[in-house]
Design a protein. Structure first.
Length: 314
């Protein structure tokens, strides 16, 4: 890999490149005696990635940023050679030894505003994949050996395939930290973050599966001396953009409220903190749009919970 950076006047820039060599192999049926794994094989890939970033300071507090990147990734072992039941998801996954490197080009444009206390940032991005590797429902119902069977066959599984398609991702990310109170040793800040992505399978004219919806998390942070507290609302919008092969359809939105309390202390010359974290205070049932549809309704996100602990720096 290589890195370089520089600055001139209001401009600052950085660039980086990385070249890898990856070898992915399968012992085939020789290691297991299972015929469906076929003959042993090995593949070698040489992914290369390049990125260039530039920043222009409009004022000492405001900066514009931009990034251009080309990224490549070698297919993983599962993506190439998987051929069997996945017990955790209740699916039969089948890899594709003919997969090529995953390739993409991306551009990002952003703005950052920072002063002594407040921070704001926003970024818009667009990524175009000439070959995006993903796991999609194959349309068949199979037995534990991958043979097609009628849908009502006991212990049958839906088939999922690793495929390469042309794809496009676009979205925005934003965050802020705004002071509301800072006096008498007390500080109250409003924090928020937002992220949204739209992902399309350009080969088949469908949304890509298992894409997270719009997320927005506002929070209040309070600090007084060694004490700090936080309350936040993790909001997830309804995900309506799902491919026709997703048997569960859209994923409902949710609001999960969390809170925490922390105190820092010093004991025997060592610093530490104790904390209490409360999660999903309203005990709302929520589902992850990123979960495979065989598992989504069977494994909702965690309900109401509490965690407490102590951390000491040694």
């Amino acid at each position: 890999f290589g890195l370089a950076s520089g600055a001139s006047g209001r401009w600052a820039w950085s660039a980086g490149t990385r070249l890898e060599s990856a070898r992915v192999s399968s012992d085939g049926e020789g290691a297991t005696g299972i015929a469906r794994f076929g003959a042993a094989s090995a593949q070698r890939f040489t992914p290369m990635s390049v990125a260039v970033q530039a920043q222009y300071a409009l004022t000492p507090q405001v900066a514009l940023t931009s990034t251009l990147a080309h990224n490549e990734r070698a297919p993983s072992y599962d993506e190439l050679y998987a051929n069997g039941p996945h017990d955790a998801t209740g699916a039969y996954e089948r890899g594709n030894p003919a997969l090529r490197k995953e390739r993409s080009h991306s551009v990002e444009l952003g703005v950052k505003v920072e002063n002594a206390r407040a921070r704001y940032s926003a970024t818009a991005f667009l990524t175009r994949y000439s070959n995006y590797i993903g796991l999609v429902r194959g349309g068949q119902i199979v037995d534990g050996d991958g043979n097609p069977v009628p849908p009502d066959t006991p212990d049958s599984l839906p088939e999922f395939l690793y495929v390469g398609v042309q794809a496009r991702f676009s979205g925005i990310e934003a965050s802020l930290l705004q002071p509301l109170l800072d006096q008498g040793g007390q500080r109250l800040d409003l924090a928020a973050r937002l992220d949204w992505v739209r992902a399309d399978d350009l080969t088949n004219g469908q949304p890509l599966p298992r894409i997270a919806p719009l997320h927005f998390t506002p929070a209040l942070n309070y600090t007084r001396g060694n004490w700090s507290a936080r309350v936040e609302a993790q909001m997830a919008a309804r995900q309506n953009r799902v491919p026709s092969s997703d048997l569960l359809g859209p994923t409902p939105g949710s609001v999960r409220v969390n809170a925490s309390l922390t105190q820092r202390f010093t004991a025997s010359g060592r610093t530490g903190l104790w904390f209490v974290k409360l999660s999903n205070l309203l005990d709302q049932t929520a589902y992850s749009a990123s979960a495979i549809d065989t598992l989504r309704q069977l494994a909702p996100l965690p309900g109401r919970g509490i965690a407490a602990g102590v951390q000491i720096s040694l």
